[in-house]
Design a protein around this ligand. Structure first.
Ligand code: ADP
Length: 430
């Protein structure tokens, strides 16, 4: 009861931590995006101010050189985010304009690539367009169509084709901090996934240990009780009781041995210590032998086991002991998970050059969601806290691994409450 309570608390605590973590990650990302945007906007505005001042100064110098009066309002107008037009009173010579632009932009540390052109009001087109790259990034670009201005006067235009990229490249520290943040998030999510996986694994193992203790407790205490009885001195006078208690000990002992063997089967399987034999195995014989082994269990439950050996080819290459265990596990389950009288059927056949073995029962069946998980190690379909059917959740894991080691496949067809059919396909490998 206590452990159950602790387990529940830690689970809700974990959920709370995950929620909190998700919330803070979202918060950090939003804050970062906000500050990066803000930094970008600041740089953009600074850039516009610098360009405006630089171009005003250039215009001023042109007025001085041409000895024309400067206009009362600002000569610079921004047509789009990266396109500026400067109105003049008289024509300007291309070489002079370039000299003034380079000079002014350099003074204001404007490093973005740009191109400029002068409007020729006689031919009504842009002339003298040149591409200038202060950072010497080699790039050619065509000068965009200049929008037609209201007046027919003189003007020149400056266009920054790579402005966005240039501004972004100036956000160095922000780019770095964003990358660091992404790495931190990645590690965080990865750690969380590992924790969740470990937690699931430890829960599963805890279940397994609980299960095993439970399974071993009953035969051990039965043997202890029987031994107590056998220790009584007058037992020799009642041979019937003597016989009864020794056979109880024998039965419980073989139950224990079976269980230990089952756990050991998996232990060796996991250590890859199973040297598989490659004998010629008559599967019909193997099935008959397994059927014989479960006969007592079947009789004690008043069940029936029918076999229909329809396969024409039934000799496969493999390990007879393990293949026998596979069939035995499936038969044990068919009996265990039948609610009242087990009605089990084993049918063989040949399909696509393989031997197919169907083990079906009319038992409690398995829902579609559970079917995906029953072959996992330690997995048992939850039945609430009812320990009515005993097991370790290892049988089907063993079946799957073994069948795969024989290059075969195992699957299940079932509906909850309507029995189950396990299908084992084995190829005839030489
Ligand atoms: P165990 O039987 O020891 O619990 P298994 O690995 O053999 O472990 O089976 C895993 C689970 O699959 C079982 O707990 C049971 O819920 C379900 N299962 C297996 N065989 C059948 C069957 N024939 N009918 C219904 N459920 C089954």
């Amino acid at each position: 009861m206590n452990t159950l309570y602790l387990y529940k608390v830690s689970r809700s605590a974990l959920r709370f931590v995950i929620l909190l973590a998700a919330f803070s990650i979202v918060g950090i990302v939003i804050t970062q995006v906000y500050w990066v945007r803000k930094a970008f906007d600041l740089r953009e505005n600074q850039f516009y101010r610098d360009v405006n001042t630089a171009l005003t100064n250039v215009a001023q110098k042109v007025y001085e050189v041409n000895k024309t009066p400067s206009p009362s309002n600002t000569p610079v107008s921004q047509i789009s985010s990266n396109y500026f037009v400067v109105t003049l009173n008289s024509p300007v010579e291309g070489g002079l304009l370039e000299f003034l632009l380079v000079n002014e932009f350099e003074k204001r540390h404007i490093t973005a690539d740009y191109e400029y052109a002068v409007y020729d009001c006689i031919d009504k087109c842009m002339v003298g367009g040149t591409y200038i790259s202060p950072k010497k990034t080699k790039l050619t670009s065509t000068f965009p169509e200049v929008p037609r201005l209201q007046t027919d006067g003189y003007y020149f235009a400056v266009h920054f084709p790579l402005l966005r990229a240039d501004l972004i490249s100036q956000l160095g520290i922000w780019g770095f901090s964003s990358a660091v943040m992404l790495i931190v998030i990645f590690f965080f999510v990865y750690t969380l996934l590992v924790i969740l996986r470990q937690k699931r694994l430890s829960e599963v193992q805890k279940d397994f240990i609980n299960n095993m203790t439970h399974e071993f407790k009953t035969p051990i205490s039965t043997i202890a009780l029987s031994a107590e009885v056998l220790k009584q001195p007058d037992i020799v006078h009642s041979p019937a009781r003597l016989q009864q208690y020794t056979s109880i000990i024998e039965k419980e002992n073989s139950r224990l041995r079976d269980q230990v063997e089952r756990v050991l089967q998996i232990a060796t399987l996991d250590k890859n210590e199973t040297p598989l034999k490659q004998d010629r195995v008559d599967m019909h014989q193997v099935i008959s032998e397994a059927a014989r082994q479960v006969q007592t269990a079947m009789e004690s439950r008043n069940g029936t086991l029918v076999t229909a050996f329809d396969a024409a080819q039934f000799v496969v290459a493999g390990d007879p002991l393990h293949l026998g265990n596979v069939i035995r596990n499936l038969l044990d389950n068919a009996i265990k998970y039948s609610l009242d009288r087990p009605e089990v059927k084993v049918v063989t056949g040949n399909r696509n050059g393989k031997l197919v073995i169907y083990v079906s029962d009319q038992g409690m069946g398995i829902s579609t969601e559970e079917q995906k998980r029953i072959f996992e190690q330690f997995y048992r379909v939850p039945t609430g806290n009812v320990h009515d059917v005993k097991g370790f959740g290892l049988g089907l894991y063993y079946v799957k691994r073994m069948v795969e080691l024989h290059h075969g496949r195992v699957s299940v067809e079932s509906r909850k409450g309507n029995g189950a059919t396990f299908v084992v396909e084995l190829p005839f490998v030489s």
